[in-house]
Design a protein around this ligand. Structure first.
Ligand code: NAP
Length: 478
């Protein structure tokens, strides 16, 4: 990569969908013509903490959803662009600082997602048997941070999943998939071995509000009714109670209306006698996790809610005095994710995002954009939407970059700032010095080939490497 007079160098931090769509839009260069018709080229370096790219497409999307994962073909095309580089196994703020990146790039785009779980903040949450969905999802997907998770799937017969979003559905489905449904997937080997002997026969999904307020999307809810080994159970009386409260917002929402239809059909459907059950419960909030005699999770204490409209008319869950206890050896909280603060980068603690206006990072003191700094994806808008949502979101951020570049042409100022050393070779030298085990896209391609080859033998898309050391060995060609 030779820097030219008219090259804008961009560092994208994070290699999930938002990061890749940003790189793709930048390299397509639709807005690469600055003021006065001055042509501008973009070079993109993507920095990633793991040796592997693709973020939640690799470590979040459920293994039995291979079609969703096929989006990586689009990212592979972006990665093949001559002005794209991948620097994996490198942590922003640890191996390279915010200030160092600013001195080497015209712009930085933060695409670091929302890696933390949200706690329930109730007594007993720390008991063995109580888990964040993020841990379980990372574990079955082979994320190296979660390879050693201790999950007692061999003793518990009932699991409770808290939350009414698609993550709750993924977790419930993964717990009851038939061995034949799991076998052709890229579920991590350590998880396949445990899931094959899993004794959980009932999963209760608990929503604090009603069916009309659930955050499920229709295909995901429908899929629950098509599982080989599990019946889906909904109590018609509970459904009616929750639907008795009028919710104009839900009634105007086509996804919500269809969810209610699907749930009504489940309530009417007699169980087919499958060996496992997924039970959908509503209007319940956990108030405590209760230990058994082994000091392990034994039950979930819940309070019954009613729906009450707030000042804006939004229906909220209000606790009644009525309680219920569900015996369970496992609890997964799937109540949303949280972003994490990056060293040197502004952070809105309350929303757990980087404060921004249409992708331009804002200085919390002045409220003005910080020149050359942008955010995209979940760290920009919070953990919502599906993978494709990030394409449009990335376009908004890239349009902001294009506009700021155009305003700075011909001096190649972005938002009034130009880097001291906009030199691709110099930053690569620095990164390699700091992190000799840097993994480039070639290194990742070796890992990818290795995993796919291992998968071929068992008719699976890939067998994932789950240990960083092993990934580094394969990336280095050993
Ligand atoms: P989500 O869609 O935001 O759902 C979170 C759920 O947790 C909501 O039902 C929420 O209820 C509930 N909740 C929040 N705080 C709670 C509390 N203290 N007690 C009880 N319940 C609580 O989040 P998600 O499931 O983590 O999914 C994140 C994003 O990824 C979503 O956009 C989702 O669609 C997407 N995703 C998509 C797929 C797919 O397409 N297959 C798969 C997985 C994830 P309230 O509504 O009452 O707040």
């Amino acid at each position: 990569m030779t820097p030219s007079e008219s090259t804008i160098r961009v560092a994208v931090i994070g290699s999930g969908p938002a990061g890749f769509y940003t790189a793709g839009h930048l390299l397509k260069g639709a807005g690469g013509h600055g003021a006065g018709g001055h042509a501008v080229d973009f070079e993109v370096d993507m920095l990633e903490r793991l040796p592997t790219p693709w973020g939640l497409v690799r470590s979040g999307v459920a293994p039995d959803h291979p079609k969703i994962k096929s989006v990586t073909r689009v990212y592979e095309k972006t990665a093949a662009h001559p002005r794209f580089r991948f620097f994996g196994n490198l942590t922003f703020g640890e191996h390279v600082s915010h200030a160092e990146l600013l001195s080497h790039y015209h712009a930085i785009v933060y695409a670091t997602g929302s890696p933390l779980d949200r706690p329930l903040s109730i007594p007993g949450e720390e008991l063995p048997g109580s888990h964040a969905a993020t841990e379980f999802v990372g574990w079955y997907n082979g994320h190296p941070d979660h390879t050693d998770l201790e999950l007692d799937l061999l003793a518990a017969e009932r699991a409770v999943v808290i939350g009414n979003g698609n993550v709750a559905i993924d977790v419930a489905r993964m717990l009851v998939l038939a061995p034949a449904e799991l076998a052709p997937t890229d579920t991590a080997d350590h998880a396949l071995a445990v899931l094959a002997r899993n004794r959980v026969s009932e999963v209760v999904i608990v929503g604090r509000r009603g069916p009309a307020q659930a955050a499920f999307t229709n295909p995901e809810l429908l899929e629950l009714g098509e599982l080989g080994d599990a019946d889906v159970i909904v109590d018609p009386a509970e459904l009616d109670r929750a639907l008795a409260v009028h919710d104009p917002a839900a009634e105007a929402d086509i996804t919500s209306r269809r969810n209610v239809e699907i749930l009504r059909s489940y309530a009417e459907r007699p169980p087919a006698g499958r060996p496992k059950r997924i039970v959908l419960r509503f209007l319940l909030s956990p108030v405590a996790l209760v230990a058994d005699e082994r000091e392990h999770l034994g039950a979930v204490e819940l309070v019954r809610n009613e729906l009450v409209a707030d000042a804006e008319g939004k229906l909220r869950a209000h606790a009644t005095g009525e309680r219920e206890r569900i015996a369970a050896g496992l609890v997964f909280r799937a109540i949303g994710y949280r972003g994490i603060q990056l060293p040197g980068v502004p952070f809105d603690e309350r929303r757990a995002i980087i404060p921004n206006a249409a992708g331009r990072v804002l200085d919390p003191a002045s409220g003005a954009p910080l020149p050359g700094e942008y955010a995209v994806g979940w760290i920009k808008r919070g953990p919502s939407g599906v993978i494709g949502t990030n394409k449009k979101d990335a376009q908004e951020t890239v349009d902001a970059i294009f506009a700021d570049v155009a305003a700075g042409v011909p001096d190649l100022h972005v938002g009034g700032r130009a880097p001291q050393t906009p030199d691709g070779a110099a930053i690569e030298r620095l990164l390699r010095e700091r992190r000799p085990e840097l993994v480039t896209y070639d290194g990742w391609s070796s890992i990818d080939r290795h995993e796919r080859t291992l998968g071929e033998a068992s008719g699976r898309p890939r067998v994932k490497l789950t240990r960083i050391e092993e990934m580094l060995r394969i990336a280095a060609g050993d």
